[in-house]
Design a protein around this ligand. Sequence first.
Ligand SMILES: *Cc1c(COP(=O)(O)O)cnc(C)c1O
Length: 463
Amino acid sequence: MSRSAHPAGPRHADVLPEGHPSAPPADLNHLDPKVWASTVARTPDGVVTVGGVEVTALAEEFGTPAYLIDEVDFRERARAWRTAFGADADVFYAGKAFLSRAVVRWLHDEGLNLDVCSGGELTTALSAGMPADRIAFHGNNKSVDEIETAIRAGVGRIVLDSFQEIVRVAHIAQSLGKRQRVQIRITVGVEAHTHEFIATAHEDQKFGIPLAGGQAAEAVRRALQLDGLELIGIHSHIGSQIFDMSGFEVAAHRVVGLLKDIRDEHGIELPEIDLGGGLGIAYTSADDPREPHEIAKALHEIVSRECEGARLRTPRISVEPGRAIVGPTAFTLYEVGTIKPLDGLRTYVSVDGGMSDNIRTALYDAEYSVALVSRTSEAAPMLVRVVGKHCESGDIVVKDAFLPADLAPGDLIAVPATGAYCRSMASNYNHALRPPVVAVREGEARVIVRRETEEDLLRLDVG
Ligand SMILES: *Cc1c(COP(=O)(O)O)cnc(C)c1O
């Protein structure tokens, strides 16, 4: 989730992104099911609906901008992951992608586990009734308070990220009279992103303990000596927005190699491996993500083959999809404010939100698509850049897309696939009020995270 995870680098502003339609789509009114939540449709009048509710009605009731999340789609995706991985594997939803109490309850209902990486996420999860033993606690710098809270709560596992943390968690567990189940997060020298991956000897990043130079093996040695820890497995997370399974193949090979070394040195076979998350979704029609059952099949095959080769019992696998579950289930609804054609360049369409509700375009050069959703139009396509209302020229939501040339202030437009890392990364820049998350299902809409108010802003400002 850093810029370096996207080594394609920033793209030249005047060039249409690779793989992005440089020509307008045949039908601007068409909503590609790849990028829109599963219940999204248009009425005969041309108004887009989600969960059977018209976006015009949603805008009237809840205002714009707003994140609209399709509950049925979320549950279906969660269930598809759960079913695909089956009884001998665990699916941990990565809460950092988007977490609220309603989401925790949906995950609980659908039999998923949950990853958290802060005290705030842990509190949210516990307060919504997620059993602690189904929670994994992550992070490269968990505070003593966070570790203590997690151990007291009885979290199912803490994923250890450094040598200091091995000792810290062991001491805290012991002082509480507990033995904490832990995994050690290692870096295997694989950097994966989208359609390619790089296998290297080293990884220059803050997460995990490098396999290179025997550091991971040393971490295992230390963890095994400490009474406060029960080492249950090895963890590896190789990147994000990945379509190519070959990065996982190299990672699994290296993780299993470590399990084998552990067996040879200590005479024990660790029972679990976690292969992380990072599976890609379609942000535009150019992306072709894999289905959970294909991913599960590929990962199970890779791990069993590697274990057979190493003559190890196949460990229990866990995976941690965040984006792949929540990303496609939501879209952001905006109202068009101003429209500024720049001759020979493009038309700037300003909406009532921006980088405060979707930082991914500015942060990662992320690609998105956009559609007119309050009506259809037969007007000619115009090349647009959808921008926000913030005091920053990099405040871009959709860099290059087409909208109908008759677009007018007051029209509603929507950006699909904003379920992951948009609300969770939202900010108050320019004292923007963070938008609500509205869950829609079977003709009914309800707020699951309310819109911030000016009172919320002033409540924090106590000077
Ligand atoms: C971010 C993260 C995930 C989830 O990544 P997605 O790209 O949302 O699937 C899973 N595991 C770990 C350890 C992470 O840091």
